[in-house]
Design a protein around this ligand. Structure first.
Ligand code: GLN
Length: 300
């Protein structure tokens, strides 16, 4: 039996940081803290307070550090990402939830809450392209009561069976699996079933231009292309999605779209006739979310 190597948290932190720095990680120290925390089951503040603590899982750590050194995102290695104070399970089946997507959720929550208080009509909210399920988990937790009371139907769809599987795991982990209907769908066209026309639509569809996806290096290169690639101009998915709204969405529906930097202005031109397009700026003043209000008549 090989002898067990016992080292300390502080020494390991230094060697792992150096290894990751040499491999080109932009955040070597943070990465090392998160990975060491993962093998010892401790958070970062504990690690920093206990540099002298023994660490005897060095072999486990080494394989994690090597995965990170090869560019794999920390969230895939740890298997989760903290997002909007939720712990979202993450792996190569879907994109890692991004901070900018929090704005999309906040805008959709405000809209759904306002519509629920405005009158007693039952509502349907539909997230198109759920990916990991982060957004639909946040919506389900926020509106669980309205859903249980039959006031709100919450649908989440994706074209990727892998993503739907991960979303189902995240819904189950947050105990909201029973309040969300997951569906395999090409945009707003579900395979083999009918769903109510949505009053509120939330969509974070692929919007990155193909050559930008091709150029992604490091951890960005590990995420599924299907979730990112928006064709030559980044709009190849958004265009048919927007064109399908008059037929697929309820009259008067509100649609919240996450878009790429610089894309928001052009979305109004692609939106259906007689709809309004409003930009919801983020805290950094970037235009990342567009609200499209469809006309109230059944305009199809
Ligand atoms: N914000 C993501 C990125 O730039 C893209 C997400 C998307 O295409 N929907 O990596």
């Amino acid at each position: 039996m090989s002898p067990r190597l016992v080292t300390t948290v502080g020494a390991t932190l230094r060697t792992a940081t150096e290894r990751l720095r040499a491999a080109g990680s932009p955040t070597p120290r943070l990465d090392a803290e998160l990975l060491i925390g993962l093998v010892c089951g401790r958070d970062r503040s504990w690690l920093l307070a206990h540099p002298e603590a023994p660490l005897d899982d060095a072999a486990d750590l080494e394989s994690l550090v090597e995965r990170r050194a090869a560019g794999e995102p920390i969230a895939y290695i740890r298997g989760f990402k903290e997002w909007r104070s939720l712990r979202i399970r993450t792996d190569a089946r879907a994109l890692i939830p991004r901070p900018e997507t929090e704005l999309l959720v906040d805008a959709a929550i405000d809209e759904i809450a306002a519509r629920l208080t405005a009158d007693d009509r039952p509502l349907t909210a539909w997230e198109v392209g759920v990916g990991s399920g982060a957004v639909v988990v946040a919506l389900a937790l926020r509106f669980r009561q309205a859903i249980t009371l039959g006031r709100l139907t919450l649908v989440g769809s994706d074209a990727s069976a892998d993503a739907l599987e991960l979303a189902a795991e995240n819904l189950a982990a947050h105990r909201v699996a029973s309040v969300v209907q997951l569906a395999c769908a090409d945009l707003l066209e579900p395979a083999g079933r009918s769903l109510p026309r949505p009053d509120v639509i939330i969509a974070n569809l692929p919007y990155v231009a193909t050559d930008e996806v091709d150029a992604r290096v490091g951890s960005l290169g590990f995420e599924p292309r299907l979730a990112l690639d928006g064709g030559p101009d980044g709009l190849a998915v958004l265009r048919p999605f927007l064109a399908s709204l008059p037929e697929r969405a309820a009259p008067g529906a509100a649609v919240f779209l996450e878009v790429g930097v610089g894309q928001a202005g052009g979305i109004g031109d692609l939106a259906p006739a007689r709809s309004s397009a409003t930009i919801v700026p983020d805290l950094a003043g970037l235009d990342r979310v567009v609200r499209i209000g469809l006309s109230g008549s059944s305009g199809a």
